[in-house]
Write a protein that binds this ligand. Structure first.
Ligand SMILES: *Cc1c(COP(=O)(O)O)cnc(C)c1O
Length: 441
């Protein structure tokens, strides 16, 4: 099949047109475990779980079967007045996985919409109680999705700065970026001083702030910035003191990815609202969850047409096909006791990652569960990056693709998000290829 004419009609996400024209996307037509196969038959190892979603490998036979069975039963039913039995089953399973207090589950379509829902709930919660709070505070360099509301609490300037004129009441803390600590602390003498910035914001504007939103333990899109539990604990302490709702955006980190069921578990904290999406269906279909504390839900109890109804819902909310994939993926998670059962593989993964440290252009290695990353630097000692115009990370991903390895660096950060059932042999292959790529560059 010739695709050249289709390329001309594509507008690719996060892609400059110039690059798109020079480097057309690789067309993939088959998946199997960690492998993807190009339309030309070439094999690629997907080391990034196709944007962090693939938790049990591509075309997992268990999830495949579940979706096939569902499609012969029911493809869709509206979720207002009605709900599919499969979505009911999913709700039951999730309520068993989620922290007890997060007992109310609101469905939407993807990570961005789960965040939109959380933000609206936070504002309306305060409004119902007669408290006019419209502002949000978020972590610096955080990412919460690309729809306008989610973007308003995101702080990656490259993606969002143009649109921020629309958003008046947003505050951003320092980013807990340990490798390049904004307050110049070392691991040994850190007491979460990066969150002094949050304290200042809350002291000044706390009365107007409805909620604080953060990616717990790992700021993903910012470059897999992994930060210590004490930072998370300090965020919670400060928010509680100011009556600010805590929204844990676990879209990327939730459901086992970080080695615990939820990233919040590392700090033994439970948020008021939690967002889940990416790994929920094992990477099959879009569906998302906004899980809410019962105490917040209770405030919304009231007659129709009072201001107590959450007027939100998407056409495909609670889609049965997506629900069936999620049911199967959650059963795989529970029945195989992930993430606990993968502990030795995670250890092996971190060992492999740390072995890259010998390389003169590798620095800032970090890992948590099945997230691992390092930075490509020009100078290991000073942490200086290569000049942007050299496009070193981009070239690295090009070389990797030629060698049959899919990496997509975030800025100068190269990262891995393998599926939970990856084998040590497969990890060996990924890191052998990575070494070759860095040497080549
Ligand atoms: C990916 C991501 C989102 C957005 O999810 P989409 O499904 O792309 O809308 C939101 N928050 C975090 C932390 C993410 O990693």
């Amino acid at each position: 099949m010739k695709f050249s004419t289709a390329f001309e009609h594509l507008w690719m996400p996060f892609t400059s047109h110039q690059e798109h024209e020079k480097y057309p996307p690789i067309v993939i037509s088959k998946g199997d475990g960690i492998y993807l196969y190009g339309a030309d038959g070439k094999r690629y190892i997907d080391a990034i779980g196709s944007w962090w979603v693939s938790t049990f490998g591509h075309c997992n036979p268990v999830i495949n079967t579940a979706v096939k069975q569902q499609i012969d039963k029911l493809e869709h039913v509206l979720m207002a007045g009605f709900i599919s039995d499969t979505t009911m089953e999913l709700t039951k399973i999730l309520s068993g996985i989620l922290p007890k207090s997060l007992s109310k589950i609101f469905y939407s379509d993807d990570g961005s919409t789960s965040v939109e829902v959380a933000l609206k709930i936070a504002i309306q919660y305060h409004a119902i109680r007669g408290d006019d709070r419209h502002a949000f505070v978020a972590l610096g360099d955080g990412y919460h999705g690309d729809t306008l509301g989610a973007m308003s609490v995101g702080a990656i300037s490259e993606f969002h700065s143009l649109f921020h004129k629309r958003f008046k009441e947003q505050y951003y803390t320092d980013s807990p970026y340990c490798f390049r600590c904004p307050v110049h602390k070392k691991k040994e003498n850190c007491s979460a001083e990066c969150m002094d910035s949050l304290e200042r914001i809350l002291n000044q504007h706390g009365k107007n702030i409805a909620a604080c939103i953060f990616e717990p333990m790992v700021q993903g899109a910012a470059g897999m910035r992994i930060y210590p539990p004490k930072v998370l604990q300090r965020i919670f302490d400060l928010c509680h003191r100011h009556g600010v709702i805590t929204i844990a955006d676990e879209v990327a980190t939730g459901l086992g990815r970080t080695g615990k069921m939820f990233a919040c578990d590392h700090a033994e904290v439970v948020p008021d609202i939690m967002c889940l999406a990416k790994g929920l269906t094992g990477g099959y279909l879009p569906i998302a969850v906004t899980a809410v504390d019962e105490k917040i839900y209770d405030i919304f109890k009231g007659a129709p047409k009072s201001n107590r109804t959450l007027n939100h819902g998407h056409t495909f909310t609670g889609n049965p096909l997506a629900s069936s994939a999620a049911v199967a993926a959650m059963k795989l998670l529970i029945e195989n006791q992930y993430p606990k059962s993968a502990e030795s593989t995670m250890k092996y993964f971190s060992k492999k990652l740390l072995s890259l440290n010998d390389h003169e252009h590798v620095a800032g290695i970090r890992h948590l569960g099945f997230i691992g990353a390092f930075e490509i630097v020009k100078d290991k000692m000073t942490k200086e990056k290569f000049p942007e115009e050299k496009h070193v990370p981009f070239k690295l991903s090009q070389i990797a693709a030629e060698k049959g390895l899919i990496l997509r660096p975030l800025g100068n950060t190269v990262y891995y998000m393998p599926p939970f059932n990856i084998t040590t042999e497969e990890l060996d292959m990924i890191f052998a290829l990575t070494k070759e790529c860095i040497d080549d560059i």
